[in-house]
Design a protein around this ligand. Structure first.
Ligand code: MF3
Ligand code: CO
Length: 260
């Protein structure tokens, strides 16, 4: 069942997502050649707790860390480890926070130093597709309209859309109904209503859409080992249209003109 949130609950969701945005902003200061993904995870966990939140992913379905950190061909759910970031890498940092009993969930893919132009373009397109999807998240449209917008935008530019993983409803639980695929047909799927809170998270591959889940049960990478991009916002449908609860403003403030 889809839980519709009251305006008061949406404000609590906004607070959780604000802390997610601030945490991603903190990450933007640290992402650079020479840092391990585990170090980033530790910094984020401390930052979240210092600001009155609890990491939303830690312990979720047995997940061992606070962030998902996915480098290059890893699409999502990369487990922080001793890998040291290098010039030219791209790194998706996915962050969840629980505050006041509600989840925030947002992800940004960062460049480590200078990145190949074709990879930068993949990131740019994926981020644009997220905002295009958000434009379709309005009362009276359907879930399939969001996915269709993302899919057609990315495929027209030669990229492929991961099918096995989707966005999702979000609230007291990290994953609620409905599923929010990044592909679909217009006018299909659940009807969008005021009070719905969903995480939209395009996962877009430079090469083929096929994935492999590693033996740790989490790390999800492209089968062809070409790079993948991932951007995510949590939004509420309020007053008929999308209200973006999470924020890339803190990230973009740090990155300045380096931001994609
Ligand atoms: N944003 C991701 C998702 O919605 C992060 C979940 S990681 C998990 O799937 F460990 F919490 F599952
Ligand atoms: Co999510």
């Amino acid at each position: 069942m889809i839980y519709l949130k009251t305006d008061e609950e949406i404000e609590l969701m906004r607070e959780s997502n604000l802390l997610v945005g601030m945490t991603l902003g903190e990450m933007a200061k640290w992402v650079a050649p020479g840092i391990t993904t585990l170090k980033l995870d530790k910094i984020a966990e401390e930052f979240i707790r210092d600001h009155g939140g609890v990491p939303g992913f830690l312990g979720y379905a047995g997940y061992p860390n606070s962030l998902c950190i996915s480098v290059n061909e890893v699409i999502v759910h990369g487990i922080p480890n001793s890998y040291t970031l290098r010039e030219g890498d791209i790194v998706s940092i996915d962050c969840g926070v629980v505050k006041n009993g509600f989840n925030g969930d947002s992800a940004y893919t960062f460049c480590v130093g200078e990145v190949a132009p074709e990879v930068k373009q993949l990131l740019k397109t994926t981020k644009e597709s997220l905002y295009l999807g958000i434009e379709h998240a309005v009362e009276g449209k359907r879930i399939g309209d969001i996915g269709h917008a993302i899919q057609t935008y990315c495929e027209a530019r030669g990229y492929s859309v991961v099918r096995e993983l989707c966005g999702h409803g979000v609230g007291k639980k990290l994953h609620e109904e409905p599923n929010v695929p990044n592909y679909g047909r217009p006018g299909t799927g659940p009807l969008l209503k005021n009070g719905m809170c969903i995480a939209i998270e395009p996962m877009i591959n430079l090469g083929s859409r096929n994935i492999v889940i590693e033996r740790d049960g989490w790390t999800t990478r492209t089968r062809d080992r070409k790079p993948a991009a991932h951007f995510e916002h949590t939004i509420a449908i309020k007053g008929g249209k999308a209200d973006v609860l999470s924020s890339f403003e803190y990230v973009e403030q740090v990155l300045g003109e380096k931001s994609i």
